[in-house]
Design a protein around this ligand. Structure first.
Ligand code: ZN
Length: 264
């Protein structure tokens, strides 16, 4: 009798646990490439490489109203390839510097956010994600950005940060906020791949492995692509990017735009 009770109780527990299990997430592990500022012609030269690896990217454009008609045409070409054009501020204003300097909050929204969205709309773009300028943000401006303008905000993280007299380092697999877990979060960070941080492909591979093993998306950020070597700190090596794309493809990782991360 006792045995029967345990069998029944065990079966019931297993059944209830089974019912409580979250449905299997349909999202595949992957990477999300983002590029900031306004290197439209150089970004366009990445098109064949991105096509070769079936990779999508999000280009966060700043100072949109100063783009030439040709640059706007090139951005539309990128959209045709499946890439996303996101917003990165009308004048590249760092929000904390602006407020500390006595700038009004409403003016920040008017001059930096609304002016950017307006210029983008006029050129036929509807941005749904935003990249913070200079990694600066506040919770109350974020709240308004998400309430009135965007579905996702992106900040920056680094494996290496140079301060006076000291360099702070952290391993790529330990930076939790650069991995998107499909948990509905609307604030994410991207890992800077510019030469400033001296990232190697071995380090990036560690990041890909964590994304693969945790069914998450590794988010990356670069500024100007360097097709030939140079010492420029806020630019990234195209060779590094290609090796990353090769590794991601070999590991079966999917490539996402930022809007796709929060798509319902
Ligand atoms: Zn920027």
């Amino acid at each position: 009798m006792k045995k029967l009770f345990f069998l029944l109780f065990g079966g019931l527990t297993a059944f209830l646990l089974g019912c409580n299990q979250a449905p299997k997430r349909p999202h595949a592990a992957g990477i999300a490439l983002t590029f900031d500022d306004r290197y439209v012609e150089e970004w366009t030269q990445l098109r064949p490489l991105l096509k070769k690896y079936g990779a999508k990217a999000t280009f966060y454009v700043t100072q949109f109203d100063s783009l030439s008609p040709n640059e706007i045409r090139l951005l539309h070409e990128l959209v045709k390839d499946g890439h996303e054009i996101g917003a990165h501020g009308a004048a590249h204003i760092r929000v904390l510097d602006w407020l500390r300097g006595g700038g009004a909050l409403d003016d920040f929204f008017k001059l930096e956010i609304e002016a950017e969205v307006h210029s983008m709309n006029k050129a036929g773009f509807r941005p749904v994600t935003f990249a913070h300028v200079g990694g600066q943000q506040t919770w109350w401006t974020d709240r308004r950005l998400l309430r009135d303008y965007f579905q996702l905000l992106r900040d920056v993280s680094m494996t290496e940060r140079h301060l006076p007299f000291i360099t702070l380092r952290q391993p790529i697999f330990a930076i939790d906020d650069i991995y998107y877990q499909f948990d509905g979060s609307q604030k994410v960070h991207a890992l800077l791949i510019d030469q400033y941080t001296h990232l190697t492909n071995a380090q990036l591979k560690d990041g890909l492995i964590r994304a693969k093993n945790t069914n998450s998306v590794l988010i990356l950020l670069g500024h100007r692509p360097l097709f030939t070597p140079s010492e420029e700190p806020y630019a990234f090596s195209v060779q590094l990017l290609e090796k990353l794309l090769q590794d991601a493809q070999r590991m079966g990782l999917k490539s996402y735009t930022m809007a796709e991360l929060v798509k319902k």
